[in-house]
Ligand binder design. Structure first.
Ligand code: DX5
Ligand code: ZN
Length: 222
């Protein structure tokens, strides 16, 4: 798939769930072409969010948007099919939850979807080097997963640069995504460090005017 980079991917974790459809439509109106769905199970991360039925509702609200599903759950392989049926276009799994990571990635790919691998802030990129050829996207967590509204961990800039360098050395083409603490102040610096897809939750959905905020964030990163 060809994308115009960089991309802003609003995370609906921070949306007002009593008007989820309207929040998503507002984000799309502002130019958001990706919608990020954070799936949390209360085991891998200390929070519970939502499952396939909400992803399906998001797809219904914005059928033209690319649905990016980030699984922060144990045994992710068991749930992939449900999210595929719900309309996911890309599914990412954490290195930390997949003892058989290669198998987990193949399991996503067999549905014809894009696949991603995610690393926590304390996980070194060396751990995922063997899988880089297999994935369409690598997500660098710039906060410890589980909650929206946390501060961007500064060492993530260096990690983004390292990953971009690794991609060049290996002549690969996976997308580089970053998640957590991206806001109006740092979005430019995060994009400059090498991120292709920037996730933003609270900085998008806490705005009074979601459409204007998406436009503002997008203008700053390009
Ligand atoms: C954290 C989630 C993030 C989160 C980002 O576990 O993966 O996607 O929603 O939220 P903000 O942008 O508020 O840090
Ligand atoms: Zn996420």
């Amino acid at each position: 798939m060809n994308f115009e980079l960089p991309i802003l991917a609003p995370s609906i974790l921070a949306a007002d769930f009593s008007k989820l459809g309207a929040n998503i439509e507002d984000a799309v109106k502002g130019g958001a072409s990706w919608i990020h769905c954070d799936i949390m199970d209360g085991h891998f991360v200390p929070n519970i969010s939502f499952g396939p039925s909400v992803v399906k509702a998001a797809k219904k609200s914005a059928p033209e948007a690319f649905l990016d599903v980030h699984l922060m759950i144990e045994n992710p392989d068991d749930y992939v099919e449900g999210f595929v049926e719900a309309g996911a276009d890309l599914i990412s799994v954490h290195y930390e939850t997949c003892p058989h990571l290669h198998r987990s990635i193949q399991n996503i790919k067999k549905y014809g979807l894009m696949s991603g691998v995610v690393v926590n802030p304390a996980t070194s990129l060396h751990n995922i080097e063997p899988i880089l050829e297999e994935v369409d996207l690598v997500l660098i967590m710039s906060v410890n997963p589980g909650f929206g509204g946390q501060s961007f961990i500064e060492s993530s800039y260096e990690k983004l640069k390292q990953l971009a360098q690794l991609r060049e050395e290996k002549e690969l083409s996976f997308l580089i995504q970053v998640d957590g603490g991206v806001n109006l102040k740092n979005i430019q610096k995060v994009a400059d460090a090498g991120a292709d897809v920037l996730i933003a939750g609270s900085s998008v959905f806490s705005a009074d005017d979601i459409t204007a905020r998406v436009e503002e964030l997008t203008a700053k990163m390009s």
